[in-house]
Design a protein around this ligand. Structure first.
Ligand code: NAP
Length: 515
């Protein structure tokens, strides 16, 4: 009997013993930076000689790992291996499949500091953000393991006289899991584990900016004893092999989290029937956001400032849930802006292996260039009141940047920047603020700061986002407590970490016997 699900606690780094363990892990993983990682197909290590290097964005010349890249040939081999394995894996007892996840969670708990260290080096997460990422990955394993047990139980069907009826959930087949780099362990673990525990076999193509973390997941699930062929690890450029994977006739589903552009491409390609394909492919796509925090005239201003700053600049604004728009009632606008500017001055930037740095670098050069381009756009569309410059050239650093007086229709208020760039917009009143908040093509997260309960009730009805918060930041969804996924162009609202999620990876079979 498994216990009721509870979220894994975050590490308290103010304790000297935890600080020491984190510092030790940061040092010790460096001894593996020169490793060259193979692909993993059908239980075998495969080398292609075509190499991909992963770099530390905070120390841009530091290589964190080198990876053999999959080409189309390896994709075909992996799909074949996964298909073969599916014949047995799909009939494995759900309880046993769930057990692999529980064991993997155990391994992750043991390796938590090491996993944090890899994320700090490979993706520029600060200590606290990396630790939260690992905790979320552990939560996904524990939560989906329990969810599988629930779906494996007898499912309710209406009694029919003279018949014995049942409904069971069976897996879909071979699927592709395509995660982003920004929650390199949590999202990758969540999507992959959900697919596996429901009885599917998987091709995991990690993001090219975080293949090391993907490999750590592979090591962990292998240590948990997962049979070969269930998970096939395929680093490689999405632009080169992505279309081939998605359009392959033997791929049954694609679980994707990433940008709107790539998500739409996958959705379109997957919809096209290929010769030999005998199903409609299922696409689970979680995409971008243009998330807003509404600050009402009846808000606690200090709390609102803190919530906006943390949501906008945490992990350099590189969260799909990050606040990129603050919509502020005109009666408190000037005071809010002044306080936010003062708060932002306290943000320290630099290499995040140093715990004193709150913000690290953005993920790569392309991200830095894109951010600087949007800062130029912002200078034309609003008033730059803070930041706006790039930082040290030792990494891809950019200051937390705030533009005020941004029109709600401006590009800066409509397009996802995915960087520490915040647009502040003035609203006439609360209704106007909600109208502005809803006026983008996205609908992922949002938050409202107000002490007025009637206004909260109004937002519950009218603020159209998948994850809505009140008097708190709009980032930091917890597995189980805040099932996560957005509306409109933010995706298929799959609600990762919620009770409906595993259904996306299964189909229901209804059976009836005459008695
Ligand atoms: P991305 O550029 O769309 O990449 C995501 C994944 O797709 C990567 O593994 C990438 O591989 C792969 N890919 C690229 N081109 C492909 C193609 N043609 N076919 C198949 N796969 C392809 O996104 P990202 O920069 O990694 O992540 C940031 C984005 O993710 C933001 O828009 C953010 O809002 C969104 N996001 C959404 C959620 C959510 O839950 N809604 C959560 C996190 C992030 P390569 O790395 O090799 O290019």
């Amino acid at each position: 009997m498994v216990s009721e699900f509870r979220n894994h606690p975050l590490t308290d780094f103010s304790k000297p013993e935890n600080k020491a363990k984190m510092q030790e892990a940061l040092e010790s993983v460096k001894s593996e930076f020169d490793r060259i990682y193979p692909l993993y197909i059908g239980g075998k290590e495969v080398e292609t000689g075509d190499l991909l290097k992963s770099y530390n964005p905070c120390k841009k010349d530091e290589v964190v790992g080198t990876f053999h890249k999959a080409g189309k040939k390896e994709v075909d081999q992996a799909i074949e291996a996964a298909q073969q394995t599916f014949k047995s894996w799909s009939f494995e007892y759900p309880q046993k499949r769930a057990d692999f996840l529980f064991k993997a969670a155990e391994v992750m708990r043991r390796r938590q500091f090491e996993l944090n260290a890899w994320m700090i080096h490979e993706t520029g997460k600060n200590w606290v953000e990396a630790d939260a990422d690992t905790a979320e990955a552990i939560d996904f394993l524990e939560f989906y393991g329990r969810e599988m047990l629930r779906y494996a139980d007898e499912q309710p069907v209406t009694p029919v006289p003279g018949e014995e009826n049942e409904l069971i959930y069976i897996p879909l087949g071979v699927g592709a899991v395509i995660p982003p780099w920004n929650f390199p362990l949590a999202i990758l673990t969540g999507m992959t584990s959900a697919a596996i525990v429901t009885g599917n076999c998987v091709l995991l193509k990690p993001a090219s900016d975080s293949p090391t973390i993907g490999h750590k997941y592979l090591e962990i699930i292998q240590e948990a004893g997962l049979p070969p062929g269930v998970l096939n690890y395929m680093p490689g450029s999405g632009g080169t092999i992505g279309d081939h994977i998605v359009s392959h006739p033997k791929i049954r589903f694609i679980a994707f989290t990433g940008s709107k552009e790539v998500g739409l491409r996958i959705n379109e390609l997957a919809a096209k029937h290929q010769p030999g394909q005998i199903w409609l492919k299922r696409v689970i796509a979680e995409m971008g956001g243009k998330d807003a925090i509404v600050v009402d005239r009846e808000a606690d201003l200090d709390e609102a400032v803190e919530g906006v700053a943390v949501s906008a600049f945490g992990y350099q604004g590189q969260k799909c849930s990050a606040c990129s728009r603050a919509i502020v009632d005109e009666s408190i606008y000037d005071e809010f802006v002044e306080k936010l500017k003062e708060r932002s001055k306290k943000i320290s930037i630099g290499p995040v292996d140093d715990p004193n740095n709150y913000m690290g670098a953005v993920i790569n050069k392309a991200a830095l260039d894109k951010t600087l381009k949007y800062i130029d756009i912002g200078k034309k569309e609003g008033r730059l009141i803070y930041g706006g410059e790039k930082g040290s050239d030792s990494g891809y650093y950019v200051q937390p940047t705030i533009f005020t007086d941004v029109d709600s229709k401006a590009r800066l208020a409509q397009e996802e920047v995915f960087a520490p760039v915040l647009a502040v917009t003035k609203a006439r009143d609360y209704d106007h603020a909600l109208e502005i908040a809803n006026d983008t093509e996205y609908g992922l997260t949002g938050s409202v700061y107000t002490k007025n309960e009637d206004k909260i009730e109004k937002a519950k009805k009218l603020f159209h986002v998948g994850n809505l918060y009140f008097n708190r930041k709009c980032t930091g969804a917890l597995v189980g407590g805040h099932p996560f996924g957005g509306f409109n162009m933010s995706g298929t609202d799959s609600k990762a970490g919620g009770r409906d999620y595993l259904l996306l990876f299964m189909q229901a079979k209804s059976m009836s016997k005459k008695v």
